[in-house]
Each structure stands twice: as C-alpha cells, then as structure tokens.
Design a protein around this ligand. Sequence first.
Ligand code: ADP
Length: 171
Amino acid sequence: MKNRIFIIQGDITRQTCDAIVNAANTSLLGGGGVDGAIHRAAGPDLLAECIPLNGCATGQAKITKGYRLPAKYVIHTPGPIWRGGERNEPALLASCYRSCLALAWEHGCKTVCFPSISTGVYHFPLAQAAEIAIRTIAEELGKTDTPEIVTMVCFDPKTKGAYEDALAAIL
Ligand code: ADP
C-alpha cells in the first residue's frame, strides 16, 4: 500500500491526474476554500454541469468533467461539518472517501487527488480527519487495483504533517 498512497504539499487545481476531489458543500454550487479555487480554475462550465445535479448529501459524491483543469474529472463530496463529534462526523467523513473512490473506480480513474476534506471551514479536528482519511483510502485500495495511486494534496505544511503521521501510523 505504501507505493499507492502519496502525500504532497500543493494546490489541487494544478494536479494532472484522472480525478481531483472537491471538498464541496451540499448545494454543489461552489463556495470558499478549495471549492472556490476549483470552480475558478475549471471555469463556468463546471458550475453549469453542477446546477442540474441538484446538490449532494453529506458523505456522498457526484462526478463531473474537469473542463479547464488539468484533471479529467472532478468528484464533488460534501464533508461533514464538525459539531463536536457526536453527530456521526467520523462515519460521514469515511463515507466521503469511500464514495469518491467508488466513483473513481466506475470511471476507470487510475490517479486520484484528494484535498483534506472537512478540515478547513468545517473544522473537523485535523489529526482525526487524517487518520480516518488514510485508513479508509488504504482499506478501499486493498479491494481493487483502481485507482492505482491516491495522492493527498495538502495546502499547508501542518496539514501535510498530519497526513504523514497518519500514514506512518497505519502502514
Ligand atoms: P471544508 O469546507 O471541507 O473544511 P475547505 O476548503 O475549507 O473545506 O478546506 C479543506 C482543506 O483544503 C483545507 O486544508 C484547506 O487549506 C485546503 N485547501 C484550500 N485551497 C486548496 C487548494 N487550492 N488545493 C488544495 N487544498 C486546498
């Protein structure tokens, strides 16, 4: 598994891969953070494809084309908003990663990049989010050869460190 999960620091909108994941909100109509950056970089055709999707439930995922992005697809998943941890937040976060990887599998995506879902304005505690993300990705990759490679694209060094610690603890 170590050669199939990578952690880098960078901007997910610049990644050349089959699919990038968008930490969206349930409207799928764009927002701040990574969501805003992805819509800006993809251009207005992305919003036009998102509008008729009628939103997406927390923990689920929907796929669109990538338009002006170097990625072929965008997989949109609303992460859980942290409300103290007693509102099913950990299971919902794991479900985001599973749902995205299932869509990537269906579309034959060999390379997939994730942002750190829910750890921005949704305030999921970083170390716990990283542990859930890495464990869920490792479990899912263990069941299939597709995707071949999953990369966590962390925007800042603190986030990158948390995912590196989680990867080291699990693998
Ligand atoms: P959420 O609402 O799920 O918390 P945010 O977009 O607020 O989503 O934050 C999720 C993570 O994405 C944060 O670690 C944030 O720093 C990071 N992020 C913001 N912009 C980018 C980007 N262009 N590429 C990768 N990660 C990004």
